[in-house]
Design a protein around this ligand. Structure first.
Ligand SMILES: Cc1cc2nc3c(=O)[nH]c(=O)nc-3n(C[C@H](O)[C@H](O)[C@H](O)COP(=O)(O)OP(=O)(O)OC[C@H]3O[C@@H](n4cnc5c(N)ncnc54)[C@H](O)[C@@H]3O)c2cc1C
Length: 433
């Protein structure tokens, strides 16, 4: 009997935007990859999370509806079970392994997982994302909620729910929320919250003086990646929603219920304490600690160094993409931003290059776009969609946002499942829009 050819094992670490799409793109190339090719996707979490809708989870409260939406329903609108995804691809012979990646042995060509498990590979793809950067500011890691965790989003929602209950029974008098970091995530969360409180005011549940939202930014303006015109429009919208913006202001300490801010004033720097019942930290991202155990070359910021082909520098069998990779634009020299849109584009390059490597043909290089489309939802049925040459705002911007969500789900799932997932989110989240 002829000997069975050895399997060719492709292992993808991380089932986020980058990893999930890499598997999808590899499946499209299944015939070219050959029958011996085995695909394994590994993630510690059972779900793929669609982060752009996370802020909706925090405020999905229907105060007048006695049947409250349960946490599972809320999660269902942004979480896709990886098992279900892999099941859709079952004919393409993909398996999903739940496990915590703890390192890579390059010599042995194995990934080390929790519990002493190992997974052999011939090609490995790093798509592990990042974590929240708290810059060692005392109290932030312990006391603040982050916008990079479904659990935190649900906890914020619980806190808002318990506040409203206590408020209507006269047990709490007011609530103050401080959002640190005015990039898209912090800005959209502040606006969402402003809209949520305004709805409560309109329905006579909350007095306007009894809530406070501060959006604090260390830099000179909010939304630094947007044009001045868009920033001005966003500021206007935030003001309408009762969000006060504090720029040139740094968080220096956080204690339960109290935050210390250092502000640049005309007289110099001033440090003041503010009351803050809820603090949401969206001050930035940093490489995961685990990256150091992957035996890969890192750039000066600690991200994985890659070639324009997205191969890991000095590690022939490895590719890296998404937020964990330090990808630089070949002409401008600028870092590719940490965006889901970038991750999915990179996934097509990685899948193509793995296939080409197997076929022993030259690899393709990636030239990222110079500009990315930014859509910032700003509470209710209002968003600003920045296309560079022009922008749409208000309901038109909101329609772009909703269309982008649906297009993403359609890009990973068959039509019916994609629409179902989108609808799940639409039904529970749009009530607040
Ligand atoms: C609140 C929010 C809103 C956003 N909005 C937008 C937007 O509107 N548009 C846009 O383009 N981008 C947006 N982004 C950015 C976008 O989500 C990221 O750029 C994108 O998720 C990066 O994809 P990734 O696969 O590299 O990382 P991730 O999506 O973070 O995936 C990494 C995966 O690796 C897994 N993992 C990590 N460590 C381990 C380990 N040790 N073992 C096993 N598994 C591990 C994680 O569980 C996760 O599933 C947003 C991000 C956030 C947080």
């Amino acid at each position: 009997m002829p000997a069975q050819p050895a399997p060719f094992r492709i292992v993808v670490l991380g089932a986020g935007f980058a990893g999930l799409r890499t598997v999808g793109e590899l499946c499209k190339r299944r015939a070219r990859l050959g029958s011996t090719c085995e695909l394994t996707l590994i993630d510690r979490a059972p779900h793929h999370v669609y982060w752009p809708l996370l802020y909706e989870v925090c405020t999905a409260l229907e105060e007048t509806d006695p049947k409250d939406v349960c946490a599972d329903d809320l999660q269902a609108g942004i979480c896709l079970r990886v098992d279900d995804y892999v099941n859709i691809l079952r004919k393409k012979r993909v398996r999903f392994l739940r496990g915590d990646v703890q390192g890579v042995d390059r010599e042995q060509k194995v990934v080390k997982l929790d519990g002493g498990r190992t997974v052999p590979f011939d090609v490995i793809v790093f798509a592990l994302g990042t974590t929240t950067a708290t810059f060692n500011i005392p109290g932030v890691a312990e006391q603040a909620y982050t916008m990079k965790s479904v659990e935190h989003a649900l906890a914020i929602r619980e806190r808002l729910k318990s506040f409203i209950n206590a408020y209507v029974h006269g047990e709490e008098a007011r609530i103050s929320v401080l959002v640190a970091g005015a990039g898209p995530t912090g800005t959209e969360f502040s606006a969402e919250l402003g809209n949520f409180f305004h709805r409560l005011v309109k329905s006579g549940i909350l007095r306007p003086a009894d809530f406070e939202i501060r959006l604090v930014e260390a830099g000179p303006d909010i939304l630094p990646m947007c044009s001045p015109a868009i920033r001005a429009r966003a500021r206007e919208r935030l003001a309408e929603l009762g969000v006060s913006i504090m720029t040139d202001t740094k968080v220096t300490k956080l204690e339960k219920g109290r935050i210390t801010l250092e502000m640049k004033t005309e007289k110099g720097e001033e440090t003041r304490d503010f009351e803050a019942d809820v603090v949401v930290w969206s001050g930035g991202i940093r490489p995961l600690d685990i990256i150091k155990a992957l035996d890969v070359q890192l750039d000066e910021k600690g991200y994985i160094s890659v070639e324009p082909t997205l191969e890991v520098k000095g590690f022939e069998q490895a590719f890296a993409l998404g937020d964990c990779a330090g990808i630089v634009h070949p002409v401008s020299g600028k870092r590719v931003p940490a965006l889901g849109q970038a991750a999915v584009k990179e996934a097509a390059i990685v899948a193509e290059n793995i296939t080409r490597r197997l076929q022993r043909v030259g690899l393709v290089s990636w030239t990222p776009p110079e500009r990315w489309i930014t859509v910032v939802p700003l509470g209710g049925k209002y968003a600003i969609a920045d296309f560079g040459a022009f922008h749409l705002h208000g309901l038109m911007g909101y329609a772009v946002r909703k269309a982008a969500d649906l297009l993403y789900f359609l890009s990973v799932l068959p039509l019916v499942q994609a629409v179902q997932l989108w609808m799940k989110g639409a039904v529970v989240y749009m009530k607040n829009d």
